[in-house]
Design a binder for this molecule. Sequence first.
Ligand SMILES: Cc1cc2nc3c(=O)[nH]c(=O)nc-3n(C[C@H](O)[C@H](O)[C@H](O)COP(=O)(O)OP(=O)(O)OC[C@H]3O[C@@H](n4cnc5c(N)ncnc54)[C@H](O)[C@@H]3O)c2cc1C
Length: 408
Amino acid sequence: MEQAPKIAIIGGGASGVFCAINIKETCPKADVTVFEAGFQPLHKLAMTGGGRCNITNTFEGVAALQQVYPRGYNLLKKLFHEFDHNSTAEWFARHGIQLYAQDDCRIFPTSNSAAKVCDTLLSTLNRLGVWMLTGRKATAISVENDGRFSIKFSDDNIEGNYDSVVIATGGWHKDALYESLEGLGIEMIAPVPSLFSLKVKSNILTNLMGASVENAVVQIPGQKFRAEGGLMVTHFGFSGPAVLKLSSYAARHLAENNHKCDLLVNWLGVTEDAARTSMSDIVDVNSRKSVASAHPRDITQRLWEYLLNRAEIDPTTKYSELGKKNLNKLISTLTADLYHVSGRGQFKDEFVTCGGVSLNSVNSKTLESKTVPHLYFTGEALDIDAITGGYNLQGCWTTGYVVAKAIC
Ligand SMILES: Cc1cc2nc3c(=O)[nH]c(=O)nc-3n(C[C@H](O)[C@H](O)[C@H](O)COP(=O)(O)OP(=O)(O)OC[C@H]3O[C@@H](n4cnc5c(N)ncnc54)[C@H](O)[C@@H]3O)c2cc1C
C-alpha cells in the first residue's frame, strides 16, 4: 500500500496554517505537521488590522502591482492567476467567514475580529487532522540520502522522514535556520525592516503632535522614492500612510543609510504651480485680513500657524502686505518642507520584513527551491512584502495556496 506523504510545515503563522489546510483539503491522506516555535499559533494574525484583520484588498486603483508590492510584484502577478483577492474572498466565505470592503478598498471579515479568523483557521486545521506542535523552534533542515528531510529543533531533538518541507517562518532574523538554509545553497536576501514611521532630529515638531493632513506627498530628495497619502505628526516625527508607504518603497535604501535621510514634505500634495494658484486666490480674497486668518482648505489652523512660523512670516501680517518674497517662501514651505530624519520610529502597527528567500532561488510556479527538491517557501519568509492595506496577508494566502497545490 502506498504510504501517505509526510509533510512538515515550519511556522504556524498565516501562510503556514493556510498552506496546511489547503494540503489536507486537496490531499486528505497527507500526514501534515505544523511546527510552531511559539506557544500560540497565528499570534501575529490575531494582531492584524488593529485586531480587525485586514485580510486582503479590492486592488481597485492598483494599476501595477509594483505600487503595492515593492518586492515580489512580478512573481505575484503570475501567482494571482492561481489565487488572487477574489479567490481569498471565496475561500473564506466557504469556510464561514464573510468579508466586506471599506471605502478605502481594504477588506475585513464582517465580524471585524481577527480572533474569529484565527479560531476558524485553527478549528479547520484541527478538524482536518493537521498536527500542530507548538514550542518547536526549528534550527536546521538537512536532506538525507533518500532525498527526505530531517528537522533539528532548538531542544536538539530531530524529526525525520519528511517527504516535503514548507518554510513558513515569517520575517527573518539571521538565526540558525537562516544559516542552515544558506548551507543548503538557498540564496537569502539580507532582511531589513519595512513599514515604519520616521524620527525627526530636532524637536521642532513637538508642539504639532497629532496634526495631520489627508493628501500629503513625502519624498527622499535625490532618490526615486516618493509616496502620497495621509501624513501624521507624532511626538517624535512623522507617521501615517504616506510615511509607511515611503518606508516600504525605500526600505533597503534607508537600512543602508542607518535610517537617516532628508525628507521633503509637501503638505498640500499638489504641484508648486497648483499651490501658487490656490495661494493667489487666498491672497486676492483675503487681502485685508491677517495671514493667520485664512489658509488652504486642507490645512488646519494649528498646522497653518506652524507653517507660517517655519516660513518666518509674522502671523499678524496682512495678506496685502505679504509681498512676493514671503509668498514664495510660504509656497515653498507648503510644498517642499525639508526635514532631517534621524532614525526609525517605534510605530510597529504593521511592521514587516523586506528580504528573505531570494525569488531567484525558487521555481516561480510552485515556490519550490530550485536546488533542493521538495523544499518550499511561503509568506514573508520569501523576499515578498507590501505596503499596508491587506496586501501582505494576500501574499500569504496566495503563496500558501500555490505551495499546497504544488505539493498535492
Ligand atoms: C501588528 C501587525 C499588524 C499587521 N496587520 C496586517 C493587516 O491587517 N493586513 C496585512 O495584510 N498584513 C498585516 N500585517 C503583516 C502580516 O501580519 C504578515 O505579513 C503575515 O503575518 C506574515 O505571515 P507569515 O505566515 O509569513 O508569517 P508569520 O505570521 O510571522 O508567522 C510565522 C510563524 O513562524 C514561527 N516561526 C518562526 N521561526 C520559526 C522556527 N525556526 N521554527 C518554528 N516556527 C517558527 C513564528 O513564531 C510565527 O508564528 C501586520 C503585521 C503586524 C506586525
